[in-house]
Design a protein around this ligand. Structure first.
Ligand code: AHR
Length: 501
């Protein structure tokens, strides 16, 4: 949308201001509405899975060693832990990523852990962090653990042994866990069968979907025979790959995975939003495939499998999503600096997840520390990048059910709405880098709106390790006028408006 002329009305009477969501004294600058948002409370878009707010950590560069874990002192970094805890991820994915293709879980448990070359990302993995430490970290965060199994240099037996190590009370590997000091099973529910197996460049061996289907059945059977309650995330990719996966694996496929990384064109930060819009198209295309190719309930599943079929409709697992810009530092240039524009992108992504709540079962941001990450470290300190703040705010405020909200009049606005039945939360992102937008809001609410506003001085603003005590991101909470029907979203602003129903 072209920028609206910013007409200003100064010194209007209180009654003239009564319709504006602008609190305080009479002298205020505001503009007439140029856009309209209508919330359709009775039009549910589905339950928002709490697991859409997950995180991902991989044995990659400084993500684990130098990120969440301090190898020298053999402990989790407390400064990083405190920051990840504030993000409250309900789900944590590990150990990869592409590294899954060379990762052997048995290297990372017990007393004698081999140091292995990280063939995928470079450097060496001391295996000081393995399954037990990962589960411990997930518990410190209150997150459910999500493990991905090696389908390239590993075997189905190795994957099933891992299920036993994590989830069984008896057996050779369950006894190993107990001997390692962990009496109770870990109850790992989420298991990814491989990672990006379609990727031709990777050291995988299942790049033809027919090979993946064959192996996935084999892995699934052995793993489900160990624990029939586990949920399986199957690798997705482009629609032609997904079609075969859904057709052939749907009786045992709880989730089909999509990896969505947006980016912008050099020198054109606003192009990020077109890239993110393509991600919504990919979600909708996959949703349509799930609908067309998989029944909601599986019938006629032979008892001779000796475990039950999938019990719920197939959902999408966005088990890697994020913003991947060129020009980062560190291993494979993956240590990316995020500007405030990227934070607007994160909020847009989260709106997309809410709008498509009916089909998205889980999502884990790739990644957590140092690698494409909301948190960056050096040897002595750590910071939250701009993208951290919308993640934290959405997780804290959004409701568990998505409801429809339509917008007219401003293409740079992106909106979602959610509720817990008592409170309406309206998330508004103004991706316009220079112009505020005044919005007329049509929503039946009982109480005053409370505005939770995030912003930064410009779309280019960044937090850096060079100035660790400076936070460019501002957060304001204010209660708006009781009779308010319009609200002005600042240029490059993210607002979560809340009101009682
Ligand atoms: O998150 C970084 C990498 O991106 C992951 O290892 C891989 O799965 C994806 O391509």
């Amino acid at each position: 949308m072209p920028h609206q002329p910013r007409r200003q009305f100064i010194g209007l009477s209180t009654s003239a201001l009564a319709g504006a969501l602008v609190p305080g004294p009479v002298k205020r600058l505001f503009a007439p509405p140029t856009a309209e948002i209508t919330v359709h409370l009775t039009q549910s878009l589905g339950e928002i899975a709490p697991t859409i707010y997950g995180q991902f950590i991989e044995h990659l560069g400084r993500a684990i060693y130098g990120g969440i874990y301090d190898e020298q002192h053999r402990q989790f970094r407390p400064d990083v832990l405190e920051k990840v805890q504030r993000l409250r991820p309900p789900l944590l994915r590990y150990p990869g990523g592409t590294v899954t293709k060379i990762y052997h879980w048995k290297d990372g448990v017990g007393q004698n852990r081999p140091v292995r070359k990280n063939l995928i990302w470079g450097g060496y993995d001391t295996n000081q962090v393995g399954t037990d430490e990962f589960v411990q970290y997930a518990r410190l965060l209150g997150a459910a653990p999500f493990l991905t199994v090696n389908m390239s240099t590993g075997t189905a037996e190795e994957a099933a042994d891992w299920v036993e190590y994590c989830n069984a009370t008896q057996g050779y590997y369950a006894a190993q866990r107990q001997a390692n000091g962990h009496a109770a099973p870990y109850q790992v529910k989420y298991w990814g069968l491989g990672n990006e197996e379609a990727a031709k460049e990777d050291a995988g061996r299942l790049q033809d979907p027919r090979d993946y289907v064959k192996q996935a059945w084999y892995y699934a059977k052995l793993m489900k025979l160990q624990d029939p309650t586990i949920q399986l995330i199957m690798v997705g990719d482009k629609p032609d790959w997904n079609q075969q996966i859904l057709q052939e694996l749907h009786p045992i496929c709880d989730y089909i995975s999509l990896h969505l990384y947006a980016n912008s064109k050099p020198g054109d930060p606003a192009s990020l939003f077109a890239s993110i819009a393509e991600m919504e198209v990919a979600i909708k295309t996959t949703a349509a495939q799930i609908k067309a190719l998989t029944p909601e309930r599986v019938t006629g599943f032979s008892k001779w499998y000796r475990f039950p079929s999938r019990q719920q409709p197939v959902k999408i697992a966005l088990d890697e999503w994020g913003i991947w810009e060129n020009g980062g530092k560190g291993a494979y240039d993956l240590e990316v600096d995020y500007t405030w524009n990227h934070a607007l992108g994160v909020a847009t992504f989260l709106n997309i997840f809410q709008r498509n709540a009916a089909v998205i079962g889980l999502a884990t941001w790739a990644q957590t520390v140092n690698v494409l990450a909301p948190i960056m470290t050096n040897e002595t300190t750590s910071i939250c990048q701009t993208i951290y703040y919308p993640m934290e705010l959405y997780r804290r405020l959004c409701g568990p059910r998505s409801v429809a909200a339509t917008t007219t009049g401003a293409a740079t606005l992106d909106v979602s709405a959610s509720t817990d039945g008592k409170t309406l939360t309206l998330a508004i992102v103004n991706r316009d880098s220079t112009a505020a937008i005044t919005v007329k809001i049509n929503a039946k609410v009982a109480g005053r709106w409370i505005a939770h506003e995030l912003n930064a001085p410009s779309v280019a603003a960044m937090n850096t390790l060079q100035a660790p005590d400076t936070n460019v991101v501002s957060y304001k909470q204010r209660t708006l006028l009781a009779s308010a029907t319009t609200y002005t979203v600042a240029a490059h602003g993210i607002t979560l408006l809340q009101a009682a129903l």
